[in-house]
Design a protein around this ligand. Structure first.
Ligand SMILES: [Zn+2]
Length: 139
């Protein structure tokens, strides 16, 4: 499962959970996603600002049938404790780990759309999760 930030034509931002990016594109194309606030089906994806890569399968996240906000909170807690913050070096570090140039570990950070495409082409699995709104961001 992957979570995307979505935005309707009226500017409402909400979260959608999908099998993968393709699933999301398809549902948007077929107008299967409606804004929970105004029911608008003209929905577009907005880039998330946060990505994680785990050295272990992350299937245990999605196996839990919990409401999305609770899952997101749990993931954030888990990520905070177990993931190394590499900031905007996320894509570079993920590639290094993938090719054995860097020690395998859990990392988190930000990536651009171009970097994400590269990671996808290299077959590197990563998750994107929305950053919770915090007043005390220490980035
Ligand atoms: Zn709306």
């Amino acid at each position: 499962m992957i979570v995307f930030d979505l935005q309707c034509n009226n500017g409402h931002v909400f979260e959608g959970w999908f099998e993968d990016g393709h699933d999301c594109e398809q549902q948007m194309e077929n107008a299967l996603i409606a804004c929970p606030i105004c029911d608008d089906t003209s929905v577009s994806r907005i880039p998330s600002t946060f990505a994680i890569k785990s050295s272990q399968p992350v299937s245990d996240f999605s196996a839990q049938k919990l409401d999305p906000s609770s899952v997101a909170r749990r993931i954030m807690e888990y990520v905070d404790k177990n993931f190394d913050d590499v900031g905007c070096d996320f894509a570079r570090e993920a590639l290094k780990i993938h090719y054995g140039a860097s020690e395998p570990r859990n990392i988190k950070g930000t990536s651009t759309e171009t970097e994400e495409k590269t990671l996808q082409q290299e077959g590197i699995e990563f998750f994107k999760i929305p950053m919770p709104k915090q007043s005390d961001t220490d980035a």
